[in-house]
Design a protein around this ligand. Structure first.
Ligand code: ADP
Ligand code: MG
Length: 691
């Protein structure tokens, strides 16, 4: 139910004059969308100031100037020389240069003895000034057609900037003024223009005012932040109006589980669990994320929650991104919960037919209280009437859309998502605004620091020899071969490396790669876990969650090709036991600046939060979070790191609006609702569908 006043913003590009079946796909690809709104948010990257009307002697190399002069000479192109036009004024000469220009056009445009105005970048050629391919050439009577300030857009082949400007002009003329949705004080304090005014200032500026451009951009960025915070806030309100089973804390079971552990839980683990216990003790669906670095022991927290649920007669579904992990987690949780007689089963795509039915029957009859599986658990027919808690492990592979899909299933279970990607607070707010967050900062006390070294791949033989010696001492190792060119190449590299290592190491060498079947992968991993194998060669399929406490070395080939977060995740496969561990980053020289910086950061720190901050700084938020994977629209104007304060302000503002007007019925509420529909339509519609 969108407000009809917004229709022009949703109009298809093809309704713009000049956008036919040929142009539309080119334009759509350039702006990353198909509506007028997408076009209007294709903002200029800079602006050219053409007011610099210099005489020729004052035109500075490297500046844009608009020069009035008399055509003095025209030389057509010949051989490798471009066409050259000499202009003169009272102060000197300048040359206009054209490569591959049409002869007739040149003669029509540049008539000897006539005056013209040329605007463009002043260059230098063998000591003389020249303008190569002026941006504009007009006769003096057309002077007012020369834009004084000209926006510069990211462009693509097959589309001229002139055409783009024409489409934008049509869209700008076709959109209405909208009622202001930003708080009047905030608007005034920041000197922000109205929404349409901001677009006009950026796309069709009357004056060259870099500060004013930034102010207009900020206003649009704030619009996006506010819309998103509104949608998230409404989702939260809707959730709080729904009922979930309130599950009392099971003190006895909790104590028995903890007493049977071979270690003492950390403070962070217990604090996180307390927050979860309180949440699921309320009759409102929990939406909580536990953020804890790899190895911080998140599984135990989930297991304690599952025990609380089981003590109340409910079922817990535990979801992992891969089958290998689902089975491993079934085992780990089963071990934690065995002392209190809670049974855990794995249910993945591999369990079919009778076996699958048997497991489901045991769940329905209450013999099994925890199911560990993959996404298949909720995409399939599985019907779990007593499902009270859903745990989503390694959440970066799941997105808001998946979470909301889950909401639709069953009688609104509590939901706990676990992430090993520590992210800065502002970003957490912007991305996971629908969740409450618990952070586990410390690592278990028995952990050894992992020593990290960067080694050029010319020394790969030494590294392999070192692995062989470690295996002789009874240690185990991972060896990672990335998919450098393609998935297939990664698999092939894995096979080759396994063969070489097998000839050097005095123990079986196993491998895991993308094309292997689930059971074969599990078997290989199991051999490393039990110690039957000494080395596991793998592609990045083992990136998350795999737990082999005896593994002490991880070698990462082509480490320079990985992102920081991923390297950190991989490194987290070792240092999980009580033996000193090491991570060897094999790189191919020469390293790029970025590659060198990444490897340096990893050598200096093992703190996931510090690494996340660095990653954020180096690459921006996109890849770190798997924002794209998570199914969220990335922001068009808002920059999560630079506009952090805008996000905080928007959050506070959205909260106070919702407090006063939860249904957005007042004038400002309705205006904000329009902003939400414009900038956060996906979240808004998911909320109404599912919450
Ligand atoms: P992650 O947070 O990466 O999911 P896990 O839950 O897999 O970490 O825990 C990693 C390993 O540490 C497991 O073998 C687990 O049994 C063990 N572990 C968990 N908590 C502690 C603790 N407090 N002290 C020692 N070891 C622990
Ligand atoms: Mg884990």
């Amino acid at each position: 139910m969108r407000d009809p006043v917004l229709y022009p913003f949703y109009a298809d590009l093809s309704s713009l004059p000049g956008v036919g079946p040929k142009v539309r796909p080119v334009l759509a690809r350039l702006i990353g969308g198909e509506t007028w709104l997408d076009l209007l948010f294709h903002l200029p990257v800079s602006w050219i100031d053409r007011r610099n009307r210099a005489t020729i002697d004052l035109a500075q190399v490297g500046e844009v100037a608009t020069i009035t002069g008399t055509v003095d000479k025209l030389e057509h192109a010949r051989a490798t020389f471009p066409a050259r036009i000499r202009l003169r004024d009272d102060t000197g000469y300048i040359t206009l240069t054209y490569f591959h220009a049409n002869r007739q056009w040149l003669e029509r445009t540049f008539k000897i003895g006539e005056t013209i105005i040329a605007s463009g970048l002043i260059g230098d050629y063998k000591g003389g000034r020249q303008m190569t391919h002026p941006d504009h050439v007009v006769t003096p009577d057309k002077d007012d057609e020369l834009p004084e300030v000209e926006p510069v857009y990211p462009m693509t082949a097959n589309l001229t900037s002139k055409a783009l400007r024409k489409f934008l002009a049509a869209a700008l003329d076709g959109i209405p003024d909208l009622d202001e949705w930003i708080d009047a004080h905030l608007l005034k304090r920041n000197n922000w223009p109205a929404f349409k005014q901001a677009l006009l200032r950026l796309h069709r500026p009357k004056i060259y005012d870099p500060e004013g451009f930034e102010i207009a951009r900020q206003r649009l960025a704030y619009d996006e932040a506010l819309a998103r915070e509104m949608a998230m806030g409404q989702a939260r309100l809707a959730r709080e109006r729904r009922f979930s089973r309130a599950i009392p804390r099971a003190i006895g079971a909790e104590r028995n589980i903890i007493e049977a552990l071979p270690f003492k839980p950390t403070r962070g683990q217990m604090d996180a669990y307390s927050e979860v216990a309180i949440d699921i003790g309320r009759p409102v669906p929990m939406r909580r994320m536990i953020q804890g670095d790899v190895g911080s022991g998140k599984t135990l927290v989930a297991a304690l929650a599952a025990a609380q649920v089981a003590a109340d007669g409910g079922i817990t579904a535990f979801m992992s991104p891969t089958e290998v992990l689902a089975r491993q987690q079934a085992e780990a949780i089963g071990r934690f919960l065995a002392p209190v007689g809670i049974r855990v089963a794995a249910l993945t795509g591999r369990d079919k037919g009778v076996a699958r039915e048997a497991i489901l029957n045991d769940v329905r009859s209450g013999k099994i209280q925890v199911l560990s599986g993959t996404q298949a658990l909720y995409q399939s027919d599985v019907d779990l009437p007593d499902l009270s808690l859903v745990v989503i492990d390694e959440q970066h592979r799941f997105g808001v859309a998946d979470r909301m899909k889950l909401n639709a299933k069953g009688a609104s279970p509590h939901m706990l998502v676990m992430s090993a990607t520590p992210i800065p607070r502002t970003m957490a707010l912007a991305v996971h605004g629908d969740l409450d967050i618990s952070v586990i900062r410390e690592k278990p006390a028995n952990r050894q620091e992992v020593t990290t070294a960067a080694v050029p791949d010319t020394r790969i033989d030494e590294v392999m020899a070192a692995i062989a010696r470690a295996v002789d001492r009874g240690e185990r190792a991972f060896w990672i071969c990335p998919a450098v060119d393609s998935e297939d190449a990664g698999d092939a590299a894995t096979v080759a490396r396994r063969d070489v290592l097998a000839s050097i190491v005095n123990a079986p060498v196993e491998m895991v790669h993308g094309r292997m079947l689930g059971p074969d992968r599990d078997a290989a991993l199991d051999k490393l876990r039990t110690g039957e194998a000494g080395v596991l060669v793998a592609t990045t399929v083992i990136e998350v969650g795999v737990d082999v406490p005896e593994a002490t070395i991880i070698v990462i080939e082509h480490a320079e090709k990985f992102g920081l977060a991923q390297l950190h995740q991989l490194r987290g496969r070792v240092g999980r036991g009580d033996k000193a561990s090491s991570c060897l980053l094999l790189y191919q020289a020469p390293l790029t600046e970025g590659g060198k910086e990444r490897l340096d950061i990893l050598r200096k720190t093992t703190d996931g939060f510090e690494i996340a901050e660095a990653d954020f700084r180096l690459r921006g938020p996109g890849d770190l979070l798997g924002l794209r994977q998570s199914g969220l629209p990335t922001f068009r104007v808002l920059n999560i790191s630079e506009d952090a304060n805008l996000i905080e302000t928007a959050r506070t503002d959205a909260k106070s609006v919702l407090m006063a007007d939860p249904r957005l019925e007042g004038a400002r509420g309705a205006a904000i609702g329009r902003a939400r529909d414009l900038f956060a339509p996906r979240i808004a519609s998911m909320v109404t569908e599912n919450e």
